[in-house]
Structure formats: C-alpha cells, structure tokens
Ligand binder design. Sequence first.
Ligand code: MC0
Length: 146
Amino acid sequence: MFMRIDHVAIACHDLEEKIALFERIFELTVVAREINEEQGVKEAMLHVVDGDGGGSYIQLLEPLSPDTPVGKFLAKRGEGVHHVAFGVPDVTEAMGEIGGRGVRLLDEKPRHGSMGSSIAFLHPKDVGGMLTELVQARPTDQGHNH
Ligand code: MC0
C-alpha cells in the first residue's frame, strides 16, 4: 500500500530559522512553501530524494496560531517530529482499507496537502503514538516528482 515515505514533518517555532538549519547541516533545498489556513500552518518542503510515485521530503511546520494542531503540539511537547507521511497511490482507497482495520481516521474525506497533494490523517493513538498522514501526490507529480 505504501510507495515511499513522502515526508517527515517537524514542528517548529520559527520556520526561517529551521530552514536555515536544515539547509546548512543537511544541504537540503526548499522546493515549496505554502500557507495552509485549513491546517493552521506555514510550511516549507525540503527535497530529500526522488522515489516511486513522488519525492521524499522534510516538511517544516510553523503554526499560524497557538490554537491549531501544531500550536498545541508545540505547547505540549516542544519542537520535534510532528508526523510521518506515507505516499499511497489512492488516498481514498487507503483510508477505506486502513479504516476497515479499526484505525480512526481524523478526516472523513481527503483534504488539501502540500504541493497539490490529497491527504488524510490517522489517529496517533491507533498507530503506536505516531501521528500518520496518507499522501496521494498531485497527478502531474507522480512518476517524475517535483
Ligand atoms: C497529539 N498527540 C500526538 C500528536 N498530537 N501524538 C503524536 N503525534 C502528534 N503530533 C497525542 C496527545 O499527546 C494526546 O495524547 C492525544 O494525542 C490527543 O491529543 P490532544 O493534545 O488532546 O490534541 P487534540 O485531540 O486536540 O488533537 C490531536 C490530533 C490533532 C492528532 C487529533 O492534532 C489532529 O487532528 N491532527 C491532524 C491534523 C494536523 O496535525 N494538521 C497539521 C499539519 P495523551 O496521551 O496526552 O492523551 S498539516 C500538514 O502537515 C499538511 C499541510 C501536509 O502535510 O501537507
């Protein structure tokens, strides 16, 4: 079902500071920036490698306000890994299959994700404490990436 790890997301207080850190220590490059009002984040995608059906990235997330998933996470746990996202060929199909195995879906239908992707989250308590995201890359990205 999983084609690749699409991204590992890191919650941070200062997006620009963390972009500079990851560029310096890992020689990564920002390939997309976005404000996602629905998810309450300002984000940057740093390209790691190209893979099956899309690329793999580090995603840096800064909350738009304290009363958002990432804002609450920072207040409770501080900066660090917020979620892991797996690339799937069809997010609706993956939601049905995984949901059918008793995992709570946090989204009833796919939402808008980074770089035109369709995404859905799974409850961390049903995935060993790991907030998990399913990602279907934008159709034009599949096969030849960003
Ligand atoms: C909360 N918990 C987590 C967690 N956030 N565990 C692992 N990783 C996380 N990121 C744990 C808490 O410690 C708590 O456990 C329990 O889950 C309930 O959390 P809460 O603090 O009471 O907070 P809630 O219930 O208000 O919300 C948690 C929940 C929420 C995961 C349901 O954050 C959510 O719906 N997230 C999905 C959307 C999201 O995260 N969007 C931002 C990124 P204890 O043991 O203390 O009870 S959007 C994004 O990144 C997009 C743009 C993209 O990738 O393209």
